[in-house]
Design a protein around this ligand. Structure first.
Ligand code: AMP
Length: 283
């Protein structure tokens, strides 16, 4: 991988990288398509990174449909698929980790201790191996994207991050490899995250700015779904992911919930228009 990327760099080509854990769906493919528009070569990595999974998380049962993934990437005409092994990435004695302080301790980081340390470490390694000009991430994992952005800035990396919109199923459920775990009943219930975010949009358009009221609206929707158990439902600053009292600058409404045994996350980006008179909600 290093050799291939080095050759491309020597030819002054613009390298795009799309890091994934595989089980590719339309959300991943949207990143690939965007990268293809802006870069050549485009490399996709598939690596089920063990260091970002907790001891009781779903690493062993995470879907690994490699053949189907290769077919999708071939059809999308990516220039290379990088498939590192766990031993290659974490050889015996590996002991260097990246910790983006503060941001990594909140929300997803609080619920999944060590998760972002694993994410930041593997992404920095991928960046070092490929040295892409652009790297593509989904807004579905907004906190992750922000942490990588912070890491890139703090460590003077040359890569530019491109954050792409969340791709959803027809009923609003954000696409995720983990949706495959849901049985039909849970699959129906899983739209509750989207519905909770829609409730925020409705309150905002009615002029509500107080985050307690907005959180209450989210929790009310989540509480009405018997198959769902809320982990967090908050309104946070889009840069720090710290809670805010009022929506008066760019924020995220973020939600995480268990649907059966599957943990799902989603968010809505809240941006000021006309000096905070109006708020644009992007789901
Ligand atoms: P993953 O394979 O879950 O690690 O995801 C790889 C990349 O795809 C990450 O940057 C995710 O944010 C992004 N991604 C996952 N699901 C979606 C989606 N529904 N829409 C857009 N991007 C997504």
């Amino acid at each position: 991988m290093k050799e291939k990327a080095r050759e491309a760099r020597q030819e002054q080509r613009v390298i795009g990288l799309v890091p994934t854990m595989g089980a590719l769906h339309a959300g991943h493919m949207a990143l690939v398509e965007r990268a293809r528009k802006e870069c050549a070569p485009v490399y996709t990595s598939i690596f089920l990174n063990p260091t970002q999974f907790g001891p009781h998380e779903d690493l062993s049962k995470y879907p690994r449909p490699l053949e189907a993934d290769v077919e999708k990437l071939t059809a999308a005409q990516v220039d290379g698929l990088f498939l590192p092994t766990s031993e290659g990435m974490y050889p015996q004695g590996f002991s260097t980790y990246i910790h983006v302080e503060g941001l990594s301790e909140r929300l997803e980081g609080k619920s999944r201790p060590g998760h972002f340390r694993g994410v930041a470490t593997v992404v920095l390694k991928l960046f070092e191996i490929v040295q892409p000009d652009y790297a593509y991430f989904g807004r579905k994992d907004a906190q992750q994207a922000r942490i990588i952005q912070k890491m890139a800035k703090d460590l003077n990396l040359d890569v530019e991050l491109v954050i792409c919109p969340t791709v959803r199923e027809a009923d609003g459920l954000a696409m995720s490899s983990r949706n495959a775990y849901l049985n039909p009943e849970e699959r129906r219930a899983a739209t509750v995250l989207f519905r909770a975010l829609k409730a925020v949009e409705k309150e905002l358009s009615a002029g509500v700015r107080d985050t307690l009221a907005l959180q209450h609206a989210m929790r009310k929707v989540l509480g009405g779904e018997k198959h769902a158990r809320v982990d967090y439902a908050e309104i946070v600053d889009a840069e720090t992911f710290e809670p805010v009292v009022r929506v008066g600058r760019t924020c995220y409404a973020v939600v995480a919930a268990w649907v059966g045994k599957t943990r799902l996350i989603d968010n809505a980006l809240l941006e000021m228009r006309d000096g905070a008179e109006e708020i644009a909600v992007t789901l």
